[in-house]
Design a protein around this ligand. Structure first.
Ligand SMILES: [Zn+2]
Length: 205
């Protein structure tokens, strides 16, 4: 188990989905003004990410088109996972369309015994990204639906919902969950005080 998950009290995702959360984890810490940390800013960043996943590739073997593909796949998956958390959330049509278009060019082939989809790409970067997009097909629908993106739109960290009834919405109860609870508390208090003020002015009037 990834020690970071233990610290956050998170359940690790089933093996094929680990690569999906790995890719989504390259984008984090967005602030209110929309600026965040992006671990995939250059082709060399993507090469580093691939090497950390056991795929040997030189920096100069990764191009801007590969980087574009990786980021498009990441945005499309994040949009999908946000709807696993909140199904009533509007579809991010732009992210989905860009994802569909980019992934249509990735080659996958069916293999037997056991039946599975395998990447059929010569270049290692594209092979790894094809593995990412094929990962959801390697698990059942209920398992896939438990891979979610944090409800906080400024966070959207991917997490596997290991709760008994599959109702988890926060990447971590101690971070985003606690912050949301605090905001709800402040809002309830504000409404209550406004109500009290209205009541006392009625009494005076
Ligand atoms: Zn979060």
């Amino acid at each position: 188990m990834d020690p970071r998950l233990a610290v956050l009290g998170r359940t690790p995702p089933p093996a094929p989905l680990g690569l999906v959360t790995d890719l989504l984890d390259t984008w984090f810490g967005r602030t209110a003004d929309g600026v965040g940390e992006d671990g995939l800013r250059t082709p060399a960043d993507l090469a580093t990410w691939c090497r950390a996943r056991g795929t040997a590739v030189a920096d100069d073997a990764v191009g801007c088109d590969d980087l574009d593909l990786a980021r498009t796949v990441r945005a499309g998956l994040r949009a999908e996972l946000a709807r696993h958390t909140d199904p009533e959330l509007p579809v991010d049509a732009e992210a989905v369309e860009r994802f569909d278009h980019a992934v249509a060019g990735l080659r996958l082939r069916v293999r037997a015994d056991p039946f599975r989809l395998e990447p059929d790409e010569e270049r290692v970067v594209r092979r790894l990204l094809a593995t990412v997009v094929a990962a959801p097909l390697a698990v059942d629908e209920r398992t896939w639906a438990r891979l979610k993106a944090c409800r906080d739109p400024l966070c959207r960290t991917a997490f596997y919902d290991g709760s008994r009834n599959g109702s988890g919405v926060w990447c971590s109860m101690s971070a985003c969950g606690a912050a949301a609870k605090q905001r709800a508390f402040v809002e309830r208090r504000r409404v209550k005080r406004a109500g009290e003020r209205a009541e006392s002015s009625e009494v005076r009037g």
